[in-house]
Unconditional design. Structure first.
Length: 78
C-alpha cells in the first residue's frame, strides 16, 4: 500500500486490513515530491492510498472497502 502520514483514507485502509488480519507492506511517500507521478506510473492512480494485491492495483480505500463489503477481500488476499 502506497501511503502518506497525512492521509485519513490511508489510516482507514490500514485499519481495515489489520481488522481482517491481512498482512500488508506500507510504502510511505511523504518525502518524495514527485510521488503523484510515480504512483500514476505504477498504479494508474494519483491519490493515496493506492493498494495493490499481488501486484495488481485495486485502487484506494473506497475500492478496498467495496471489496470487503462484497466478501471478496479475503478471497483476493488468499
Amino acid at each position: 500500500m502506497y501511503s502518506t502520514r497525512w492521509c485519513g483514507y490511508c489510516v482507514r485502509a490500514k485499519a481495515l486490513l489489520e481488522s481482517r488480519g491481512l498482512p500488508f507492506e506500507e510504502i510511505m511517500l511523504d518525502d518524495d515530491p514527485l510521488f503523484r507521478q510515480k504512483l500514476f506510473e505504477l498504479t494508474g492512480g494519483w491519490t493515496v492510498p493506492q493498494i495493490l494485491i499481488d501486484e495488481e492495483a485495486i485502487g484506494g480505500y473506497t475500492e478496498l472497502w467495496a471489496l470487503d463489503k462484497r466478501g471478496l477481500l479475503d478471497e483476493l488476499a488468499a
